[in-house]
Design a protein around this ligand. Structure first.
Ligand code: FES
Length: 254
């Protein structure tokens, strides 16, 4: 799928928690083509930070040519993004990556931390019975926006909301079951979900969050270990930006 680089207009910016922000962008040529699980590269205006930041797409309004990103401020680049106001322009490239396969099976949508946002667009597009399991450190965000699409269960590390523990603790505590798992979040969470899916014999797709640079498969900054040997490089590698970020869980070593 061809990506384009454009100047996108900021439509709105909202602070959801102390360090999580939601930004709507007018992104014609990208929003119309985007599928759940894809991401965009966002370029800083500060030229000393040349590498764009990969940020997953949280929501798309195709008819308006708009897309939404929900991101955590983790450094200078994302801090700069969080200061943008409506009407400003920002350079972005996308849509990037492959996206989730949309299957009609009873599904778990599992998101951990800043892996939660891409699950919202997936929930909006999946035409099946869905159960959302969202894992947080402490403060919740986006959870209420999932409610129209199915049952939402929450886990927090400090037990301040929902199950005390992680997303799989919430699955077990509530006796939840599904025939397919879609997940995005930190690697330890994905590793545990992959093992859970293997143990239960459930089809499972995971979206990897990794450091990326070019975002288009050229620099190899984002490789992860794969089970099969890559046809081109003959090594056990896959490029998360190009071959992913979504993989069948059994395809990748975590
Ligand atoms: Fe350059 Fe993936 S970020 S190859």
């Amino acid at each position: 799928m061809a990506q384009v680089k454009i100047m996108a207009e900021v439509k709105s910016q909202e602070q959801l928690t102390e360090d999580v922000f939601s930004m709507w962008l007018k992104a014609p040529g990208i929003a119309e083509k985007a599928v759940p699980g894809q991401f965009i590269s966002v370029y800083t205006k500060d030229k000393s930070k040349l590498l764009p930041r990969p940020i997953s797409i949280c929501q798309v309004e195709k008819d308006q040519g708009c897309l939404r990103i929900v991101y955590r401020v983790v450094g200078g680049g994302t801090e700069e993004f969080s200061k943008y106001k409506a009407g400003e322009e920002v350079s972005i490239m996308g849509p990037l990556g492959n996206g989730f396969p949309l299957k009609q099976k009873k599904a778990f949508l599992i998101g951990g931390g800043i892996g939660i946002p891409p699950m919202l667009e997936l929930a909006r597009n999946l035409d099946c019975e869905k159960t959302m399991v969202l894992g947080y450190r402490d403060v919740l965000f986006l959870n209420e926006e999932f409610a129209p699409y199915g049952q939402v269960y929450v886990a927090t590390e400090d037990g301040s909301a929902g199950t005390k523990g992680n997303v799989l603790d919430a699955v077990r505590e509530n006796g939840l079951e599904a025939d397919i798992i879609y997940a995005c979040g930190p690697t330890p969470m994905l590793r545990a979900i992959k093992a859970y899916a293997e143990e239960k014999g459930i089809e499972c797709y995971i979206s990897l969050e990794e450091k990326m640079a070019c975002g288009i498969g050229a620099c190899l900054a984002c490789v992860c270990k794969s089970k099969e040997v890559d046809h081109h490089t003959h090594v056990h590698n896959k490029r998360i930006c190009k071959d992913g970020p979504v993989f069948a869980a059994q395809e990748v070593e975590l």
